[in-house]
Design a protein around this ligand. Structure first.
Ligand code: DQA
Length: 146
């Protein structure tokens, strides 16, 4: 099964961006961690990042009939994007939302995510480990619902 691992705005700057919050590892390092975790689970991954809200929505739409599930870190759009939530509802696939940081220990505006309303589960605060756990969870969901 193919799993889309979609990353939103500013995650291209991982390693440079607020390293005290997001760590010193890069987006390429994150992709490598995901590829390594996916392989023994029998999952193929399509790992992507965009700064564009519209592009993220188009990618979600394109998952229909193509991917078995979606892991998404919507970054800043988590807290603003009704349109991205609508796309995730429309595509009708299992969705797991991941945040590297613990959004609940941060500013109040980060405590609400529109995307959570379209997600089976949400993982936050565990850094790259959150993506590995999300892959594990989606493998279980895909297997159980096959
Ligand atoms: C983030 C948390 C968001 O609040 C923030 O806007 C991000 C990254 C995270 O992975 O911790 O860009 O999604």
């Amino acid at each position: 099964p193919l799993i889309a691992v979609l990353n939103g705005p500013n995650l291209n700057l991982l390693g440079l961006r607020e390293p005290e919050i997001y760590g010193i590892q890069t987006l390429d390092d994150l992709e490598a961690v995901c590829a390594e975790a996916a392989e023994p689970l029998g999952l193929a991954i399509d790992f992507r990042q965009t700064n564009g809200e519209g592009e993220l929505i188009t990618w979600v739409q394109e998952c229909r009939g193509r991917a078995a599930g979606i892991i998404i870190n919507p970054a800043g759009y988590s807290h603003t994007s009704v349109a991205l939530m609508d796309a995730l509802h429309a595509v009708d696939l299992p969705v797991i939302e991941v945040h590297l940081s613990n959004i609940f220990t941060r500013e109040a505006f980060r405590h609400h995510s529109y995307i959570s309303m379209a997600a089976r589960g949400v993982i936050c605060g565990l850094g790259f480990t959150g993506y590995r756990l999300a892959l594990q969870a989606i493998a279980d969901i895909v297997e159980q619902e096959a």
